[in-house]
Ligand binder design. Structure first.
Ligand SMILES: *Cc1c(COP(=O)(O)O)cnc(C)c1O
Length: 456
């Protein structure tokens, strides 16, 4: 009756989606409009284009077009590393002794080591099409900067990356990968921008945050002619590009008549999660199917589970548009012992709205438990996972163990967003038994949330 399911479900190149899926088109409650920081009015394409590439600004504000064509040049690049495999974790299932069936969509099969290349290549393409000289950006753990460096070198664009200082120091090899692709890397906060100098003066010795680095990159883009700013997460355009993950997953599952019960993804800014779940959330929104969708975030930076749904700045320097999202406050800087990744204070406005409408659930997990899952997964399935991805692994294992107790044969799909080869400082801490869990107190969160902008 049912087909034998291989360890890896590969799709043909011809089965790769030709369009991205814009879930906003099917949401009854659209994400709230992003606001111009100067006027606090909904921002227009014209107001966005000094910062963003024109086509990307249009995608950012498009709440109505359900399917958007993927340009041929982008598809050609995608074909070098996509379609990515959907893997049946037979070995993990067996070692857990669970009746659950576990699948993971693996996005680590490219040099950048993560899903971020899916959007980097799209953003670089639109910048090239517009005739720009280059782009500026921030990077936290380094995956986005690497992905963008690869995309920019492919299309012949200059690439300037502001890298969160703690990662710059902890990940010298990540830095060198980016330089190999021709990017210029500056530790953030730097003394090169006005906002960087201000943050350094206010918080001497700060290890930096994504919010600071974003402000610096935006300033650098607007200060140079022929440059625009690009972002690797949070924005709706990024989530749109990442829907290639979910669309491929959907096609692969259908090929073998597999119906998932549960879809799990890690959530930093929400782009991989949003990209993975969009087609499934779309089915839910249209009343065609039902799935349990779980966003997993770190307990040290818990925007969905402990944040507030409110308008907030996307960056510390308050130069970017405001978005209504689950946020911890743009001044929130996660503790330095947090092992890179998923450090952002807010969550994609699409994911936030879906969560607020009860279409997705969220859980938070502590980092030692995450690394335990990472180690377990590495030893059984072979892949050394990124710490970010391991948040999803943790919950997938927990859910599979619940199935063991209840005897339910649930089908669990999770997003394995990348590999962890550049995260060995964090793994070292874990291996040495020196990793600790820091969970912010209510008072700390209150202090940060008290500074949210007042917008009605
Ligand atoms: C950046 C990153 C994430 C988190 O970003 P999202 O926008 O939340 O997807 C997760 N996993 C990996 C490997 C990453 O590089």
């Amino acid at each position: 009756m049912s087909k034998e399911i291989p360890y890896k479900i590969y799709l043909e190149e011809s089965e790769m989606p030709a369009q991205w899926y814009n879930v906003r088109a099917h949401m009854k409650n659209k994400p709230a409009p992003i606001l111009n920081p100067a006027t606090l009015q909904p921002i227009t394409v014209e107001e966005l284009t000094p910062i963003f590439c024109e086509e990307l600004a249009k995608q950012e504000l498009d709440d109505t077009t359900p399917y958007i064509d993927i340009p041929e040049e982008i598809r050609e690049f995608y074909k070098m590393y996509r379609p990515s495999p959907l893997v049946r974790a037979y070995c993990l299932e067996k070692s857990l002794g669970t009746p659950a069936k576990i699948y993971y969509k693996f996005e680590g099969n490219n040099t950048s080591g993560s899903h971020k290349l899916n959007s980097a290549i799209a953003q670089a393409y639109y910048a090239m099409k517009q005739g720009l000289k280059g782009v500026t950006t921030e990077t936290g753990a380094g995956q986005w900067g690497t992905a963008l460096s690869m995309a920019c070198s492919y299309f012949g664009l200059d690439c300037q990356v502001y890298m969160v200082k703690v990662s710059y120091e902890q990940k010298p090899f990540r830095r060198e990968v980016m330089r190999t692709y021709g990017a210029k890397i500056t530790p953030s906060p730097s003394m090169e921008t006005e906002i960087g100098r201000k943050i350094n003066a206010e918080f001497p010795g700060t290890s930096g945050s994504l919010g600071c680095a974003i402000s610096e990159a935006v300033e650098a883009a607007t200060a140079q002619e022929g440059y625009r700013y690009v972002l690797g997460s949070v924005l709706s355009q990024v989530l749109l590009h990442q829907t290639i993950i979910g669309l491929e997953t959907q096609t692969a599952l259908k090929k073998y008549d597999i119906v998932p019960d549960m879809i799990i993804g890690c959530a930093g800014g929400g782009s991989n999660l949003g990209g993975l779940i969009s087609p499934f959330a779309g089915e839910k929104l249209r009343g065609e199917a039902d799935y349990q969708i779980i966003a997993v975030e770190p307990a040290s930076c818990p925007s969905l589970t402990r944040g507030r749904y409110a308008y907030d700045f996307c960056d510390t320097g308050k130069v970017c548009p405001l978005a209504k999202m689950y946020t911890l406050g743009s001044g929130f800087i996660p503790s330095a012992n947090h092992a890179g990744g998923l450090r952002y204070h807010g969550m994609s406005s699409i994911v936030s709205q879906l969560y607020d409408d009860g279409l997705i659930d969220a859980v938070s997990v502590e980092q030692t438990a995450v690394f335990e899952a990472a180690q377990q997964f590495a030893r059984i399935e072979g892949i050394l996972p990124a710490p970010e991805s391991s948040h999803a692994i943790r919950v997938a294992i927990d859910e599979a163990m619940k199935c063991k107790e209840t005897g339910e044969e649930k089908t669990i799909v999770f997003g394995l967003t990348g590999t962890g080869y550049f995260d060995m400082v964090a793994y070292q801490k874990f291996n040495d038994g020196q990793m600790t869990d820091y969970v912010p107190t209510d008072a700390e969160l209150e202090e940060s949330l008290a500074k949210l902008p007042k917008v009605d």
